[in-house]
Structures are given as structure tokens and as C-alpha cells.
Design a protein around this ligand. Structure first.
Ligand code: ARG
Length: 463
């Protein structure tokens, strides 16, 4: 059998192993919508510019719509011998409309075609991910509003640092996700140029209208350099970078949920819907969804690393190596999408235990800074001296095994005679968080305001 696609130059078909290493149809078939959309735009432009006759364009358009219908209905047979989605679609078009199908590839190459398909796919993906991240933000902001005043321990070095509120903690993630969305939008903005018409690498001698194709496909403009057009995968790298950072954020939240859900912390209870039991230990409720969100992060990072590595040694312009941009990207995007959905579900169902969190908030002398601040504010001590006095009081309390608020005034005055019993007013976790009114601070009123601001903004976006 001579080669089905380029029989002219080839006397025999490929070795079976060649077909196996070469064919991408098993994974790039998911680009079918984008491929047909790109072909429709290209054909329309070829008609508009008089490169193809109206009759040919009509036949091509109707044929492509039929192919689209077949794929949609699941009746299309993808063939490995036809390598990839581009050849599979074109070959079927030829079955359906005959020789006119062969004119569709005028002034086009698979190099600009695949670059266009991939950009269209990534663009859709970025929009979808953005919507999912927004939904997670919404789940977090709703929790933040409800628990704006719920005191919990704030940590640095995973050691009790200062009391904060659960709402404040939730809003920290809303901010992180806002940056993720900004990165996704930014990637979208930069990718939104159309490579179609760059042809194999050098452009074409036909009088094409690249501005028209770009416009039909919703791109802001055509790409400016034909060599760059077919050899650029920055838009995939940027998407995977943004996805990696987002996955890292989800992983941190997942790790916190895993910790919080332990009986030792006991800060939150996960719903039955997002927990699993153990086959041997009847008491167990395992946070498997959170663990998997944390665990799947590596796949997303891996796709980014693989693509960077694949691209780094490629001379201009297209090399077949670049076909390897797809599987990792598809997997990374699907993984992130699943993790976003799981995280939104977990957050919505998660019930914080306010008593446990409040008790934990007072542990580890978390209000020591409040005492030091009081010494500065009321006794006008330099902060460094106040820090020293407080440190000594913490030492005394710790030796007695009690909290700072349990020391007597006399015990305090033995360290610093000017202390009055007014100091006791600041020695509590509620007072502590209420006092943190600085912009961005954890005071419940602040948190409430910020949560409402986010809820309003997210609702506005949804309209
Ligand atoms: N399947 C190929 C890819 O994904 C399409 C482009 C092939 N171009 C070529 N000159 N062989 O990269």
C-alpha cells in the first residue's frame, strides 16, 4: 500500500511502530471542534478573496458541517493511519464532497493549522478555568462572610502566632485565586492572535486575508511573523504556569483542610460527601478529596516542566517534537478543573467548629503581642522593651502552666511596676482580633466588609 496521505513521494506505508510513534489522533481528536471552526474560517476567507470559487466554498462548508455532525453524534471513525485530527477531518471531507476537499488546504499547512487549533482550545479552556476559579472564590467568600468573626489561631512556622478569624483565612485564598484569574486572563489576552495563514513557515503566495480569518475566529489580530507563528507555544506554557500556580494554591488549602480535619486539630468537619471511611478502622473519616487535590498538583507542574524541556532545544520553526505539547496540557487542565470542582464542593460543605478553634486560638501565648502593644500604647514603652517584658511574663506564665490572663497583677508588677489592671482588658482572643483594624487586618468588621465586597463583585461578574 502506498501512503494514504502523501502517496506521491512515498512508495510504501509506514512501519507499524512508525505509525504508533507518529500518530496523534488518539489524543488530538479532542481538538475537533476547533479544527473544524478553523477550517470554516479559512474556507470562508478563501472564498471572499476569490482564491476558491463560491461553489467550492459552499461544498466545503456543507461538508465540514456534516463531519462536525458525525463527530458530535459519535458515528465518526478516527483512523490512526490518518495521523491526526487535521487529516482525519480532511479525509472524511473528501469522502463526502470529492475533489473540492483538496482545495481547502490551499494557503495553509498543518503547522499553522495546529497552532490555530491549539490556541482556540487553550482560549476556551482559560475561560472555563476562570469561571471555575470564580466559583471557588464565591464558596470561600460566602464562608468568610458567615465566619467573619470566628476566632481561630493564626500561624507562622505552623506555631501559634496571633489570633485571626476563620473568615480572614478564607479571604486569603480568595485573594490568591484573584491573582490566578488575573494570570489566566493575562495569558488569554496575549494568546489572542491568529497564526492561520502563516502556512508551513514562510507565509504564502496566495492573496489571503489574514485579518479576516483572525476576525472570524475571534482573535484580536493575526500574528506578525510567520516563523514565530508556527513555532510558538508560549501560550501553552503561560497557561500551564498559571495553572501550576493555581494548583499550588489549591494544594496549600488542601493541606490545611487535611490538618484541620484531624481529631488533634478538630477545626473543621468535612461532610460525608467529601470524606471516605476506612475498610479496617471504623472510626475513620478520611479527607481523601483534599489529599487528592494536594497529590494531583505534581501532574500539573509536570506538564509545565515537560513542555519547557521539550521546547528548549528546538530550532525555528515547527518540529514534530511540538506534537508533545498536547497530552500533558490536556491532562493538566482536566486535573486542575477537577481539583477546582472538588475544592469548591469541600469548602461549601465544610463546617468549622467554633468552640475548638477559639480554644486553640488562645493556646501558645498567642495574645503576647497584644500585651506588648498595650505596654507600648499605655506605658509609652519602646516596642523592644515591651517585647522583653512580655517575654519574661510569658516565661513566668509558662512555668506555672497558665495563660497570660491568669497571672495576677502583683505577678505582672513584679516584672514591670507600671502595669495596671487595665491590661486585662486586652488579654483575650476576641479583643485581640477586634483590635486588628488596620487595612487588611483580621478585625471582624474588616473581614465582613471585605467578604461583602467580594460577594458583590463576584455576583456582578455573573450577570
Ligand atoms: N499532529 C501535528 C501536531 O500536533 C500536527 C502538525 C503536523 N505538522 C507536520 N508538519 N507534520 O503537531
Amino acid at each position: 500500500m502506498s501512503n494514504r496521505m502523501w502517496g506521491g513521494r512515498f512508495a510504501t506505508g509506514p512501519d507499524a511502530i512508525m505509525e504508533e510513534i507518529n500518530a496523534s489522533i488518539d489524543f488530538d481528536q479532542r481538538l475537533w471542534r476547533q479544527d473544524i471552526r478553523g477550517s470554516l474560517a479559512h474556507a470562508a476567507m478563501l472564498g471572499e478573496t476569490g482564491i476558491l470559487t463560491r461553489e467550492d466554498v459552499t461544498a466545503i462548508r456543507d461538508g465540514l458541517k456534516s463531519v462536525e455532525g458525525e463527530i458530535e453524534a459519535g458515528s465518526f471513525t478516527f483512523s490512526r493511519a490518518l495521523e491526526d485530527i487535521h487529516m482525519n477531518v480532511e479525509s472524511r471531507l473528501k469522502d463526502l464532497i470529492g475533489p473540492a476537499a483538496g482545495r481547502l488546504h490551499t494557503a495553509r499547512s498543518r503547522n499553522d493549522q495546529v497552532a490555530t487549533d491549539m490556541r482556540l482550545w487553550v482560549r476556551d479552556t482559560l475561560d472555563q478555568l476562570d469561571g471555575q476559579v470564580a466559583d471557588l472564590q464565591l464558596a470561600l467568600a460566602e464562608k468568610a462572610e458567615t465566619y467573619a468573626g470566628a476566632v481561630m489561631p493564626g500561624f507562622t512556622h505552623l506555631q501559634s502566632a496571633q489570633p485571626v478569624t476563620f473568615g480572614h483565612h478564607m479571604l486569603a485564598y480568595v485573594e490568591m485565586l484573584a491573582r490566578d484569574r488575573s494570570r489566566l486572563r493575562d495569558a488569554r489576552e496575549r494568546l489572542n492572535e491568529c497564526p492561520l495563514g502563516a502556512a508551513a513557515l514562510a507565509g504564502t503566495s496566495f492573496p489571503i486575508d489574514r485579518h479576516m480569518t483572525a476576525q472570524v475566529l475571534g482573535f484580536a489580530r493575526p500574528t506578525a511573523n510567520s516563523l514565530d507563528s508556527v513555532s510558538d507555544r508560549d501560550f501553552v506554557l503561560e497557561t500551564l504556569s498559571a495553572a501550576s500556580i493555581c494548583a499550588m494554591h489549591l494544594s496549600r488549602l488542601a493541606e490545611e483542610i487535611v490538618l484541620w480535619a484531624t481529631p488533634q486539630f478538630g477545626f473543621v468537619k468535612l461532610s460525608d460527601k467529601f470524606s471516605t471511611g476506612s475498610s479496617i478502622m471504623p472510626q475513620k473519616r478520611n479527607p481523601d478529596a483534599a489529599e487528592l487535590v494536594r497529590g494531583k498538583t505534581g501532574r500539573v507542574f509536570g506538564a509545565l516542566q515537560a513542555l519547557l524541556t521539550m521546547m528548549k532545544g528546538l530550532p525555528l520553526t515547527y518540529s514534530k517534537d511540538m506534537q508533545e505539547d498536547k497530552e500533558g496540557t490536556f491532562d493538566a487542565v482536566q486535573t486542575l478543573s477537577l481539583c477546582l470542582a472538588a475544592m469548591a464542593g469541600m469548602v461549601r460543605d465544610m463546617a468549622p467548629d467554633l468552640k475548638v478553634m477559639k480554644k486553640a486560638a488562645g493556646m501558645g501565648y498567642a495574645i503576647a503581642t497584644d500585651l506588648a502593644d498595650w505596654l507600648v500604647r499605655v506605658l509609652k514603652m519602646p516596642f523592644r522593651d515591651a517585647h522583653h517584658v512580655t517575654g519574661r511574663l510569658v516565661g513566668i506564665a509558662s512555668a506555672k502552666g497558665v495563660g497570660l490572663e491568669k497571672l495576677s497583677l502583683a505577678e505582672m508588677q513584679a516584672v514591670e511596676p507600671k502595669i495596671t489592671d487595665a491590661v486585662f482588658a486586652v488579654l483575650g482572643v476576641e479583643q485581640s482580633v477586634k483590635s486588628r483594624v488596620s487595612y487588611g487586618g483580621t478585625a471582624p468588621a474588616n473581614v465582613k466588609r471585605q467578604a461583602k465586597r467580594w460577594l458583590k463583585q463576584l455576583a456582578k461578574e455573573r450577570q
